[in-house]
Design a protein around this ligand. Sequence first.
Ligand SMILES: C[S@@+](CC[C@H](N)C(=O)[O-])C[C@H]1O[C@@H](n2cnc3c(N)ncnc32)[C@H](O)[C@@H]1O
Length: 266
Amino acid sequence: MGDEGEPVAEIDVDTPQAARIWNYWMGGQDNYPSDRAAGDAVAAVYPDIVRMARLSREFLIKVVSYLAAEAGIRQFIDIGTGLPNMQNTHEVAQDIAPESRIVYVDNDPLVLAHARALLTGTSPGGVTTYVSADYHDPDRILERAARVLDLSHPTAVLFMGVMGYEPDLAVVRDIVGRLITPMSAGSHLVLWDGTDTGDAVREGGRKLVEAGGAPYVLRSPEQLASCFEGLEMVEPGMVRITDWRPVRRIGTTEPLDAYGAVARKP
Ligand SMILES: C[S@@+](CC[C@H](N)C(=O)[O-])C[C@H]1O[C@@H](n2cnc3c(N)ncnc32)[C@H](O)[C@@H]1O
C-alpha cells in the first residue's frame, strides 16, 4: 500500500533539504555535506535548534501516546513525516494499540526512498503506509488516506514542525480546515512549530536561508493557536512543547522556542 512502489525522483544532494537538515540536528545519519553545512550555520547562532529537534520527538511520543492510550485514536495521518528516527508515530501508536493504522505524508523524495525502512516496524495487526504528497493538496491526502483509513472514525492529523514552510498563515489555516472539516467528531489536530519568541531563533532562520535552506516562517504561539479554531483544546492548551504533559526532562530546562497543542473536534 502507499507510494513506496513508485519510482523515486532524483535526489539533489547539493541543495540542503528540510528533512535531511532536521535528521542531522536529530543526530541521524541520513544527510549530506550540504545539509550539515546548513545545519551547522544555524546551530552556530542558535544552538538550541539541536535541542528543539530532539525534544520535538519527545513531544511526538507524549502526544501519540496520549491519543492512543487516553483518547482511543486508532488512525493517524502524520503530515511532513521526515526521515525515520528514534521512535516514529506508528511505533508509538502500535506499541499501545497494535491495530493502529498510520498514513505518513511527505513531499521529499528521500523520505519516499526511506519509506520501506520506515515500514519495517509495523505491527502484524496494524497498517503503516506512505503517501507522497504536498500538504497544499489536502484533497489528494484525504483521497489517499481513505484507501487505508475509515475516515468516518476518529482520526488524528499531525503537523509536527512543518507549517513554517508555508509563509501565509491564512493558507495554513485553510489547509488545516480542509483536512479537519471532513473528519468525524472525536478526531484530533496536533500541531507544533518553532516560534518567533527570541532574537537567536530569528537569526537562526536568517542563517538557514543564507545557507540555501528553504525559508521557515516562525510564528507567535497565538498565531499557531488560531489554527485550532472550532476545536476543543486538550489541556494544557498551546504551550511550550516541553511543558505539554511533561513525563521526564532531557537536557536543560531552558525555555524552548517551540509551541504546540492538541485539540479535539467536537
Ligand atoms: C522539520 S522536518 C519535521 C519532520 C517530522 N515531522 C518530525 O517531527 O521529526 C519537516 C518535514 O516536512 C516536509 N515538508 C516540507 N514541506 C512540505 C510540504 N509542502 N508537504 C509535505 N511535506 C513537507 C519535509 O520534507 C520534512 O520531512
